[in-house]
Design a protein around this ligand. Structure first.
Ligand code: 13P
Length: 262
């Protein structure tokens, strides 16, 4: 967050939690907890399950909330015989701004490859939305000293064919798999080192200007108590939050990390 030109983005990935009633309640609670000035300093997005998106959109638009609507995943084709999949065009029609792309759970549990992640990122951009491209290593890869190689490879593959100008507007989320939902957080120094590596890969692939403006989030057991330290790192420009984003008070505490730490 040291770079004042990059506005931090705090995103709540609700995964397969909250039906549409619970989603509406959570967003309404956030409305009470977050204040206009919070949005001067931080961009905020919520990523409910597909079945909630229309309901959440209605609340956001009726109450003119500054929370951006996000999705967790989409297909890369506009339409076709893809049973169970969701088109990026449908998400754009619901005023979705950010789409998570290549989350480790999609990669590990549903077989998403680097090539698919790249196709999705290109499709999300084509439909005027911003991909949040995820990368991160397993515990075994980390233990074997393979973090940089894994993360660099994922980032390079995801960015293939994306113009430098577009890369500059992307969000990349570094989420070490061993820290997701485990309560274990990467130390601020380790998270910073990997996020700096991601930025250097972006610089190699798309140039210095893109690297200076791309936003890099950290994700993995982010909580109100550790958000400020993580966000203070020069190459960490936000957080992708799972569990703590389900509880409005906790998520608001992360969004308000600057005042929480004061
Ligand atoms: P947790 O915050 O629950 O560790 O989840 C992180 C994550 O996967 C967000 O996408």
């Amino acid at each position: 967050m040291a770079n004042a030109t990059r506005k931090p983005l705090i995103s709540g990935n609700w995964k397969m939690h909250h039906n549409h009633f619970e989603a509406i309640q959570t967003v309404q609670k956030l409305t009470y907890l977050l204040h206009k000035e919070d949005f001067d300093d931080v961009d905020v997005s919520v990523h409910p399950p597909f079945t909630d998106i229309r309901s959440v959109q209605t609340v956001i638009e009726a109450d003119e909330l500054e929370i951006a609507l996000g999705a967790q995943h989409c297909h890369w084709e506009e339409k076709g015989a893809f049973t169970g999949e969701v088109s990026p065009a449908f998400l754009a029609k619901l005023n979705v701004s950010y789409v998570i792309c290549g989350h480790s759970e999609r990669r590990e549990l549903f077989g998403e490859t680097d090539e698919m992640v790249n196709k999705k990122a290109l499709a999300i951009l084509k439909w005027g939305m911003t991909p949040i491209i995820c990368c991160g290593e397993t515990d075994a890869e980390r233990e074997a000293g393979g973090t940089d190689e894994k993360v660099s490879g994922q980032v390079r593959a995801a960015l293939a064919g994306i113009s430098p100008e577009q890369v500059g507007g992307l969000v990349i989320a570094y989420e070490p798999i061993w820290a997701i939902g485990t309560g274990k957080t990467a130390s601020a120094e380790d998270a910073q080192a990997v996020c700096a590596k991601v930025r250097s890969v972006v610089s190699e692939v798309a140039g210095a200007d893109a690297a200076a403006s791309v936003r890099i989030q950290y994700g993995g057991s982010v909580k109100p108590s550790n958000a400020a330290e993580l966000m203070a790192q020069p190459d960490i420009d936000g957080a992708l939050v799972g569990g703590a984003s389900l509880v409005a008070e906790d998520f608001a505490g992360i969004v308000q990390f600057q005042t929480q730490s004061a």
